[in-house]
Design a protein around this ligand. Structure first.
Ligand SMILES: [Zn+2]
Length: 663
């Protein structure tokens, strides 16, 4: 398991890439039927999905017209390959979505996936074009005076490169004159190197990003990155086949590309709302939106086209105020305020509004309605959660009684495709109260294994629990049956009857889910209960750019959370850590199983580990071992080598494929 290690984990896309590769094998070649699920939808699922069909206006085809509007061309192959012929993105795998919604899918999510699966080059207006459907996100090309201004160049070099080729092929060859990263998530900058054949093509190209961008690209995911990445494999459904019984999309987009992410550092920073820049002859007015969808993000308006770029603040889905892969929660009050700011500053003068996911909106009237709907959505969830919390309702009670008014809920763009009202309400509770609901029963409960054993014993044995869960299953009452069977599985992971029934329940819950994230969680959990963890190969695709961008101090924080505390508890020691070519240094102190770093300090009595900055990058990217670096001169030890080795021996690599649905 230790092969999946290193700072590479900080980039979300890496594990997703590996998972995607695995699923691509399953679906394209049918050579690995392990994850195929053949369970039919239950009557309860059919009834649930029929209710959804009645509640929402499926006769309204405006979104389909908008998603098709301005279509210019697509690639015919069905896949985007890299130079070696590996599949970087398989958009043809979703052809099955052209059919009517099957019993095994929530019709609202199916509809969203049909829209998200549309792919190709589209004209937004004369002068603004988007390539959509070749990665999780969109890339936008804006006509500047001398070349293309590219907004958000996808996740990997491979998909960005092909997208640019499509633009060149259809719209004529033009160079890249500037790049804009709207925010610090990798689906908005990772493919940037695909835009440039040679490094010399980058000279003079302005790279524009919001303040805090470079640090946030790394820091949002670094300290908890391993577990976040493992959970992301659940959320994006990378281990599932693409099929009506499997992954049908993510709500935000269809999937995530394979390949090499990278990053070129920004040259122009936007640090305030109202900042105006002329980029290759195009005037842009920025709204800074820090701490909402991303820690560093902006939206912008271009008077020349009366065009507004929503970035990922305004979307055709309810977004995540908490992302189930795990992350710090986001503030719905701020999020809503930023959208309101866009409304009073730009809604009435905008003729088109486009984002980095989904399709554009044309006309001030539709734009205003859309933005107001999104603004009200985040505000309602935030405020009503607090209203109910102040009445004494807690995290697990609030979602049961927080229903959106029809004026918000009936709009397709406000539906639960990515985030859900349920988990977002919990997120707003968590933002203010944390995990504890004030009830002493929840102060110090047993862990899941002990609690499971007690639960099973209190219920008179596993067979009794299974029999009752089966009755609930037959009645279509899945949620408590899942809780009860989860106790059985945690009490006895070898109980196959319980595991299989729980897998069936997760499958039915997945078929009902309107959220792509929830569906993928349920179906992946079901698959791992049935088949165990697929021990997928995890290619080492470390992004050197990202490893390079790790700030020195953050690197030591990462070391600190990987220090084996019990092992280090009686091994107090110090180490000087020096980057030999930049003269950066830090004193590392292990004390009582904790690791501290003092930037700029050193201690004459401690041994010193010297490494070149390139050596450190190679080490973190797992290109070289410390032994190799010592041998080739990139690293050097002053003092006792065994003491240095003893220091690093206390740092451990976390396992990647840890259990989630079993103890
Ligand atoms: Zn995104």
């Amino acid at each position: 398991m230790s092969r999946y290690i290193g700072l590479a984990l900080i980039t979300l896309s890496l594990v997703l890439a590996s998972c995607k590769e695995n699923s691509a094998e399953v679906t394209r070649d049918n050579s690995e039927p392990v994850a195929v699920n053949t369970l039919a939808a239950s009557n309860a699922v059919k009834a649930n999905n029929a209710d959804v069909s009645k509640y929402l206006d499926f006769n309204d085809k405006a979104d389909f017209e908008a998603a098709d509007r301005g279509f210019i061309a697509s690639f015919p192959e069905g896949v985007i390959k890299d130079a070696d012929g590996n599949v970087a993105y398989d958009y043809g795998v979703y052809d099955f979505l052209e059919g009517a919604s099957p019993d095994t899918a929530n019709p609202s999510l199916w509809r969203q996936s049909q829209l998200n699966a549309k792919h190709g080059l589209f004209k937004v207006v004369d002068g603004i074009y988007q390539v959509r459907g070749y990665d999780l996100s969109n890339v936008t090309f804006i006509e500047g005076a001398t070349g293309w201004i590219v907004v958000d160049p996808l996740i990997t070099r491979e998909t960005a490169k092909r997208s640019f080729e499509l633009v060149n092929q259809e719209l004529g060859q033009r160079p890249i004159s500037a790049v804009i990263y709207t925010h610090s998530h990798i689906d908005h900058f990772g493919g940037v190197r695909g835009l440039f054949e040679n490094d010399s093509d980058m000279s003079g190209v302005e790279i524009i990003a919001p303040i805090g961008f470079t640090r946030e690209t790394i820091s949002e995911n670094v300290l908890a990155g391993n577990a976040m990445s493992r959970r992301a494999a659940y959320m994006f459904g990378g281990l599932l086949p693409r099929s009506p019984e499997g992954q049908i999309g993510v709500g935000l987009g269809q999937g995530i590309s394979n390949g090499m992410p990278g990053m070129i550092r920004p040259t122009l920073i936007v640090d305030g709302t109202g900042q105006t820049e002329t980029v290759d002859g195009v005037e842009m007015e920025f709204i800074l939106t820090l701490g909402a969808e991303a820690p560093a993000e902006f939206m912008f308006y271009m008077p020349k086209w009366k065009a507004f770029c929503q970035a990922e603040i305004i979307n055709r889905t309810l977004h995540n105020m908490y992302t189930p892969r795990g992350a710090k929660v986001r503030d719905g009050r701020l999020w809503s305020q930023y959208i309101d700011q866009a409304i009073y500053m730009y809604a009435d003068k905008s003729e088109v509004s486009f984002g980095s996911h989904h399709w554009p909106t044309w006309g001030a009237e539709d734009i205003t309605r859309f933005w107001e709907g999104q603004r009200d959505l985040y505000r309602y969830i935030h405020d009503q959660t607090l209203r109910l919390a102040n009445q004494g309702y807690t995290m697990h009670e609030i979602p049961q009684r927080l229903n959106l008014p029809d004026g918000i809920a009936k709009s397709f763009y406000n539906r639960d495709y990515y985030g859900t009202v349920s988990h977002n309400a919990k997120a707003q509770y968590q933002l203010y109260f944390g995990y504890f609901d004030g009830n002493p029963a929840n102060l110090d409960p047993l862990g899941p294994e002990e609690a499971g054993r007690k639960f099973v014993a209190y219920m008179g044995g596993a067979d009794n629990v299974i029999a009752k869960a089966q009755e609930d299953y037959d009645r279509g009452e899945f949620r408590f049956a899942a809780t009860a069977l989860n106790n059985v599985v945690f009490a006895d992971p070898d109980n196959k009857v319980a595991a299989n029934l729980l897998a069936d329940i997760y499958t039915q819950l997945g078929y009902m889910a309107e959220s792509g994230s929830w569906r993928n969680f349920y179906l992946t959990g079901a698959s791992e209960l049935r088949n165990g963890i697929l021990d997928s190969p995890t290619p080492n695709t470390s992004s050197i750019d990202m490893v390079r961008a790790v700030p020195f101090d953050l690197f030591f924080d990462l070391m600190a959370v990987r220090l084996n505390g019990p092992k280090a508890a009686k091994k107090d020691r110090k180490l000087n850590f020096v980057i030999s070519d930049t003269d950066e240094k830090a004193l590392l102190i292990i004390s009582n199983g904790t690791l501290h770093h003092r930037m700029g300090h050193s201690d004459d009595d401690a041994p010193t580990f010297n490494i070149t900055s390139e050596g450190l990058v190679a080490l973190n990217a797992k290109q070289k071992t410390s032994g190799q670096l010592l041998k080739d001169g990139s690293a050097k030890i002053d003092g006792n080598p065994l003491a240095v080795k003893g220091f690093f021996d206390l740092i451990e690599e976390p396992p990647f494929w840890f259990e989630i649905v079993r103890p």
